[in-house]
Design a protein around this ligand. Structure first.
Ligand SMILES: Nc1ncnc2c1ncn2[C@@H]1O[C@H](COP(=O)(O)OP(=O)(O)OP(=O)(O)O)[C@@H](O)[C@H]1O
Ligand SMILES: [Mg+2]
Length: 573
């Protein structure tokens, strides 16, 4: 069912680990020469400038990233009051920070997930505080809004606000996305900056903020409702009850468990996992939260682990191991706490949360993890701005972006509080776009786009978009996305493909916000995305992997207006 025509060479795999997802280029490329002076401060550079650009560039050490706080002159002009709201899950950290945001004349909320940004925009607008929603793929502007809810990659470090909130700040230690949290922490210009998260991040944040001169206040929170680790394992799915959430870490397991539970005949399961379209995840969560819906049990991955308020009575770990891309490993203390913390949310139908495992063997790890503090964070992620990469590239004009980045990343100088972001995915994209006749800026844009290069359809979509952009300067969706009949998936692989197609359409929308003239079919892409979401939901509501007694015929609305072309059908086979 792959609806994308694939006319490109196979994407090479490179031996660097990790992924990079950022959304925004720092404004700069037209003003590079003018900004060398500002960067001198940022890079600990010699101030003996000569007149020509290249001579000047030669004197700078663009590899010196030891003073990242100096990359953000707008924030450095302010004496920010920083409030660190730290404590366990479900302790009201985000709630208190949002109260401050709501009562401020202007502000921004930066969250780690689109779902959280949506939730905050909805909440503020409901409270009659007009609030824009800005994520990589959405711009919903509200008349008169002085507030914004954004995904952290979209945080604007050139505007000033009265109040800003960065949620789940402990993510600054994440190998792949951490640098966006560091950027928000150092770069947001606000009178008050509220940071919410795990106490494990406090010493590092205090250390990082020392050179900024900001005032830092730490406020500790206690859990608002009890979380009780059970002494007994679940044992069998016969013991599943309404309000239970079973946690596992692969799509295949999620559907297997959904099937097993539903075959018991007493419960229907909503599912939430990372590669479901965000809209679908929200609707699945809403259905589970709604006491009048038949879907009273949730089967989910760790995608539920951050900030979401779900009506969960008991978390059941079906496993305490997870494949992390390289190996199967035990869940970390922070992961266990974060996931377990979803049970018994304050204000939900279940005033006391319970947590257990499917298998008795896993109970000791569960209990010890819940008792231990999360390990203190040592370092925050960092990644060079486009400015630095661009100027560094001027010193090596014959090298492509891949080589420039590789060299940059290997040789960058960092202080002990930072690590350089893991960017395997970004380098894979650099290898693809380097052969195309496009500017460094455009290449950089493609490498920071939200493509999943481990997903074949998604990586092929990106390649096709980049090639068409390079050849024609305009990318019409219909040339790439073959009009066809998308169907309700009937198999695991069909579902996976539909999820991948959704990702490619999402990528088109992302590019359309940055290269508006060259990607003119945003509306079409958005409507196709919506259709993918509906078909996936239809599958989730009516089918499972396992044989079920009450099978219904395929619904007639599978004809979404798309006819798969011969080529595409061949492609699929
Ligand atoms: N003072 C309060 N009055 C009413 N509701 C509250 C209050 N504090 C928190 N809540 C509610 O309790 C729930 C948990 O709060 P919140 O999401 O702020 O916790 P958190 O500490 O940020 O959790 P997490 O670490 O999981 O993100 C939310 O539904 C929130 O609206
Ligand atoms: Mg929170």
């Amino acid at each position: 069912m792959a609806a994308f025509l694939l006319r490109h060479r196979k994407v090479s795999t490179l031996g660097v680990s990790g992924i990079l997802k950022a959304d925004k280029l720092e404004p700069c490329r037209l003003h590079v020469a003018l900004r060398l002076g500002a960067l001198a401060g940022a890079c600990n550079l010699s101030r003996e400038y000569s007149t020509s650009y290249d001579n000047r560039a030669n004197k700078f050490d663009f590899l010196d990233l030891t003073c990242p706080h100096a990359w953000y002159p707008v924030a450095r002009r302010k004496n920010r009051k920083i409030f660190l709201h730290v404590g366990p899950t479900n302790s009201g950290k985000t709630y208190q920070a949002l109260k401050q945001l709501e009562s401020s004349p202007s502000g921004v909320y930066c969250g780690p997930l689109r779902l959280l940004a949506w939730e905050v925009a909805k909440r503020l607008n409901k409270a009659k505080v007009p609030c824009d929603l800005i994520t990589g793929q959405e711009r919903e502007e509200v008349d008169g809004a002085k507030h914004k809810a954004v995904t952290v990659e979209m945080a604007d470090v050139t505007s000033s606000y009265s109040c800003a909130v960065v949620d789940e700040i402990q993510m600054l230690g994440c190998t792949t996305r951490g640098f966006s949290f560091t950027r928000a922490l150092l770069g947001i210009s606000a009178d008050e900056l509220h940071l919410c998260g795990d106490p494990a991040a406090v010493p590092l944040i205090q250390e990082i903020l020392k050179p900024t001169g900001d005032d830092v206040h730490v406020q500790y929170y206690e859990r608002l409702s009890p979380l009780v680790p059970s002494q007994r394992s679940l044992g069998s799915f016969k013991n599943i009850q309404t309000g239970d959430c079973v946690v596992t870490f692969s799509r295949r397991e999620i559907y297997k468990l959904k099937g097993q539970i539903e075959r018991g005949g007493k419960h229907l399961c909503s599912v939430v996992y990372g590669s479901l379209p965000p809209e679908t995840r929200t609707r699945q969560a809403t259905m589970f939260n709604d006491a009048s819906s038949e879907f009273d049990v949730l089967v989910a991955s760790d995608a539920i682990g951050m900030g979401l308020n779900l009506n969960i009575s008991r978390i059941i770990f079906s496993t305490m191991k997870k494949f992390d891309g390289v190996e199967m490993r035990d869940l970390t203390i922070s992961e266990v706490k974060q996931i377990a913390g979803r049970a018994g949310r304050y204000g939900s139908d279940f005033p006391v949360g319970e947590v257990t495992c499917l298998h008795a063997d896993d109970l000791p790890l569960l209990h010890s993890s819940l008792k231990s503090p999360s390990p203190i964070l040592e370092c925050a992620g960092l990644f060079p701005t486009f400015d630095l990469i661009f100027m560094y590239s001027r010193l090596h004009p014959k090298k492509g972006l891949y080589r420039i980045m590789e060299h940059f990343l290997e040789n960058a100088k960092l202080s002990e509080n930072y690590f350089i972001a893991d960017c395997e995915e970004m380098l894979k994209v650099a290898a693809v776009v380097d052969v195309l006749p496009i500017s460094l800026h455009d290449k950089y844009l493609f490498i920071i786009s939200p493509v999943d290069m481990r997903n074949e359809i998604s990586s092929q979509g990106l390649t096709q978009f980049a090639q068409n952009y390079a050849q024609k300067g305009i990318v019409r969706l219909k040339e790439i996305f073959t009009p066809g009949t998308l169907q309700v998936p009937k198999t695991e692989s069909a579902l996976k493909e539909l999820e991948s197609i959704h990702k490619v359409l999402d990528l088109y929308v992302w590019l359309s916000f940055r290269l508006e003239d060259s990607f003119p079919d945003r509306e079409l892409a958005a409507s196709q995305k919506a259709i993918c979401g509906l078909l996936i939901e239809e599958f989730l509501e009516r089918f499972g992997w396992q044989k079920q007694p009450k099978r219904r015929k395929l619904p007639s609305r599978v004809n979404s207006g798309f006819l798969l072309s011969k080529e595409t059908r061949q492609c699929v086979k």
